[in-house]
Design a protein around this ligand. Structure first.
Ligand SMILES: [Zn+2]
Length: 286
């Protein structure tokens, strides 16, 4: 994938190395309030006091340690930033065609575990999108898994992962996530899973729509990229993952779709570049 010349996004939030709920021992929160109350009772000017505290750094509420970032991870973070920026440009243009406004999501880089509006999550869940705060969360370690454990190497495979999560953001902006959420509340477990599959396959299709349009505008694709993306879609299909983890496949519990389905919908977006081709919810077959 040709990406090095690409624009970097300003919507990357780097929380790598951050401790969860890491309130500084030095103060902040309740401690700071108590100090303030006592000081004001003793006759201090609260505004001046707050300024003093700020300037001495006592009120740092998010104390964290930043371990040195490896060259490889720095490059990965750079790559992710370019892919995110490209999805911003591409989706802004598509939304404009439909007289809409694309609100850019934030992408959070984290290590180990993270706190989101959707709750606490560990890296093991994989990259995810939280509609509540409109942020995409990714631990770059996932890319090592993608390459080694899921046998899906390549930069375009990595881009597909981001584009899929951004696809969920697009669904959120379109009101689709909300509709699916409502429908799932009333559905049986099997139906709820089926709805989830439809939502995931649509996000795959949207990832393809991004790639198609980005390539048309900026010629990002190189020889072998398409295969990398399709291979990634296939390698993280539910059937493949289930077989790996439990040795058998139970389609009712699928929440993302089979490998073949994921490949088909990613391809559909990739070939058409058309959002309307991604209506998995109305499709006669998946
Ligand atoms: Zn997904």
């Amino acid at each position: 994938m040709r990406w090095r010349m690409g624009r970097r996004s300003t919507n990357v939030e780097d929380r790598r190395g951050m401790r969860i709920g890491g309130r500084g021992a030095a103060g902040g929160g309740l401690g700071l309030i108590i100090i303030l109350v006592i000081a004001v009772l003793l006759g201090a000017d609260p505004v001046k006091l707050l300024n003093d505290i700020s300037s001495t750094g006592v009120d740092q509420s998010s104390y964290y340690e930043q371990p040195p970032v490896s060259e490889e991870d720095q490059q990965l973070a750079d790559f992710v930033s370019v892919v995110l920026a490209d999805t911003e440009d591409t989706w802004t243009e598509i939304f404009t065609q439909y007289n809409g406004t694309y609100r850019e999501p934030t992408l959070v880089l984290f290590t180990g575990a993270v706190e989101s509006a959707c709750g606490y999550a560990q890296s093991a869940v994989g990259p995810f999108y939280c509609p509540g705060d409109q942020k995409v969360y990714i631990d770059l370690d996932f890319y090592r898994d993608l390459k080694n454990r899921y046998q899906a190497p390549g930069d375009f495979a990595q881009a597909y992962v981001i584009a899929h999560e951004v696809g969920h953001h697009v669904q959120n902006l379109m009101g689709i996530s909300d509709q699916v959420y409502q429908a799932r509340q009333r559905a049986s477990q099997a139906d709820a899973n089926r709805l989830s599959v439809l939502q995931e396959l649509q996000a795959d299709c949207f990832a393809g729509v991004w790639a198609h349009n980005a390539n048309k505008a900026r010629q990002i694709l190189e020889e072998g990229d398409i295969e990398e993306g399709l291979n990634a879609a296939s390698s993280i299909g539910d059937d493949r993952l289930q077989k790996q983890s439990q040795g058998r496949v139970t389609p009712d519990s699928f929440t993302h779709g089979s490998s073949a389905q994921r490949v088909r919908w990613f391809k559909k977006g990739l070939e058409t570049g058309d959002v309307e081709a991604c209506n998995t919810f109305e499709a006669k077959s998946l």
